[in-house]
Design a protein around this ligand. Structure first.
Ligand code: HEM
Length: 345
């Protein structure tokens, strides 16, 4: 593997380790923790016996150290242009049937995740990134058909964030690929959701409100949305800054004309905390993001991330690690290492 294909930053930058940020840094979380502690212990015994409680327990950053020792040196994402699509692909994969690369599967009958109504808005660049990354991994004979597509997607998502200027963090590995993908299993949060709807969706993934705030408004610091997802807000939403609404009318003269706007109008291609500042100014593109500032229960997190990019980067890295544990499959659980990311073996 040539030097140019190596991750240039691996040793030169702060790398967030996949240990979870301390709750002691969040007073309100500490209060809630104490409140639920008793209930937690009562449930813990029963939970310990359920398979979901061990989902992701075997994941670790050096999972492939023996069989594919140079995995972290192989470049799995090269283009900041493809970064938003790749990051979103990871979310859509993990949110549906867990992080098992089921989003990549092509079913001959056309009934699969990526051809569902929500899946069809995923941009091809994300899929291309994973296919190219798999080819790059397989070009090392030791690694051929040893690393799962789900892990390759998790690595590509992390590298996409970093390429865009965001945090570097260790990716836990050891996911197996799923064999099943159907359109009807796709349930994804919508841009019109309010805080309760967002929380209810993310709690279904075992993710907290804080995880959701770091992940969703965090990821929306890069990439774009089609006019259909926000155009209705330009004339009806009092939470939107009128000058911003006027700017957006230029991007979306007609809803069905294929127009789009950058999610973060301030720094659209840079992964930073600017989108949280936009929210404070009524310049959030999606109603689901603006709701995080409008609702008093989530505003403090938005304020904190808007003021402190380092805190945002740390929490984003931790939340991506928790997202990466959702529904993780094992060999015993009907998982496999796919030879072609598009088809079961
Ligand atoms: C809170 C729930 C979320 C909602 C309601 C939501 C909704 C949306 C919508 C409507 C778009 C525009 C899609 C299009 O125009 O085709 C979008 C784009 C995007 N989303 Fe989310 N999203 C959420 C959470 C997330 C999460 C958790 C991530 C990643 C960790 C993410 C990453 C992205 C990215 C990077 C884009 C830009 C994609 C591109 O330009 O190709 N989103 N999201």
């Amino acid at each position: 593997m040539g030097e140019s294909a190596r991750r240039p930053h691996a040793s030169s930058r702060l790398v967030y380790k996949p240990t979870l940020s301390s709750p002691a840094n969040h007073p309100e979380l500490m209060q809630r923790l104490r409140f639920f502690l008793a209930a937690f212990f009562l449930l813990a015994l029963g939970d310990a016996l359920s398979p979901s409680s061990v989902a992701g327990a075997h994941l670790r950053p050096d999972y492939y150290a023996d069989v594919c020792p140079d995995l972290e040196s192989i470049s799995v994402a090269h283009s900041p242009v493809a970064a938003p699509a790749t990051l979103r692909l990871f979310f859509h994969d993990c949110a549906v049937r867990g992080c098992d690369a089921s989003i990549m599967l092509i079913n001959p009958d056309g009934d699969d995740e990526w051809r569902s109504l929500d899946g069809m808005t995923l941009k091809p660049e994300g899929f291309h990134t994973v296919m190219n990354a798999k080819a790059a991994v397989d070009s090392d004979p030791r690694c051929r058909n040893v690393v799962s597509c789900a892990d390759i997607l998790a690595l590509a998502a992390r590298d996409s964030v970093f390429l865009s200027g965001g945090p570097d963090y260790e990716v836990e590995l050891g996911r197996y690929d799923g064999r099943v993908s159907t359109g009807r299993s796709v349930v994804i949060p919508h841009g019109s959701f309010n805080l309760d709807q967002l929380n209810s969706f993310f709690s279904g993934l075992n993710l907290s409100q804080s995880d959701m705030i770091a992940l969703s408004a965090g990821a929306h610091t890069i990439g774009a949305a089609s006019c259909g997802f926000f155009g209705y807000r330009m004339s009806t939403d009092a939470a939107m800054d009128p000058a911003f609404a006027e700017e957006l009318r230029g991007s979306c003269p007609a809803m069905d004309a294929g127009g789009f706007a950058f999610l973060d109008a301030a720094t659209p291609l840079r992964f930073d905390n600017e989108y949280y500042r936009n929210l404070r100014a009524g310049r959030g593109l999606l109603a689901s993001d603006q709701a995080l500032y409008a609702d008093a229960r989530s505003r403090a997190d938005v304020d904190r991330y808007a003021a402190d990019e380092e805190a945002f980067f740390g929490d984003f890295a931790a939340a991506m690690t928790r997202l990466g544990r959702v529904g993780v499959r094992t060999a015993e659980d009907n998982g496999e290492i796919r030879r072609d990311c598009r088809f079961p073996n």
